[in-house]
Design a protein around this ligand. Structure first.
Ligand code: ZN
Ligand code: ZN
Length: 199
């Protein structure tokens, strides 16, 4: 019985030693002999660290993300930039909603004539034109940040569809304006929705 207990204890000790990846031999060898496979990469909390003895070398590393919550330190990176993008997208959707609604209402009304379309476009064109600079500025803010690439893509598409008031208000030109305005608005909304996925 006693022998069994001792064997049990020894077994537990072996598991404990193997379990943490350190052996008494490893520790006695000194750091220069430690297995280079067992280094932890540097992050914002610690430099490159030996997994056996805890020896560190070099500088602190990077956060896990450039925009969003870092998994190492839990701090939101580039919060001001991100908040500005979110605020701009919110303002754009708010400011362009009425304009887009008016166009779509006229487009969906079978009684609308070309004169009605033209009048609606005249009404909303200044609202859209006023917001173009803000929309383009979001592209600058997104820059090359990987975490903002999806948002940037939607805003780029919104810019492509940005409605330009036709010089000649033909039936086809008016139709294009109304379609583009709607696509532009939809992509701005889509970009705003995607800000929820950066957290
Ligand atoms: Zn070491
Ligand atoms: Zn961090």
């Amino acid at each position: 019985m006693k022998k069994l207990i001792i064997t049990g204890i020894l077994l537990c000790m072996t598991i404990a030693v193997v379990g943490c990846g350190n052996t008494a031999d490893d520790l006695q060898l000194g750091h220069s002999e430690h297995d280079m496979q067992l280094w932890y990469n540097a992050n914002c909390q610690a430099p490159r660290t030996c997994g056996i003895c805890g020896y560190t070398e070099g500088e602190l590393g990077d956060h896990s993300v450039k925009v969003g919550t870092c998994i190492h330190c839990n701090e939101f990176q580039n919060k001001d930039l991100f908040d500005e993008i979110k605020t701009d997208l919110t303002e754009l959707t708010n400011n362009l909603k009425a304009a887009n609604d008016l166009l779509q209402e006229k487009a969906n009304d079978p009684a609308s004539t070309e004169i009605v379309y033209a009048a609606a476009i005249e009404t909303v064109a200044p609202d859209f034109d006023k917001e173009k600079a803000k929309l383009e500025n979001i592209l600058v803010l997104c820059g090359e940040y990987e975490e903002l690439a999806d948002i940037k893509r939607d805003v780029e598409t919104a810019v492509t569809y940005f409605p330009v008031k036709p010089s000649e208000m033909t039936s086809q030109e008016n139709k294009t304006y109304i379609t583009n305005a709607n696509m532009c608005y939809m992509y701005i909304m889509e970009a705003l929705i995607k800000t929820q996925f950066v957290s």
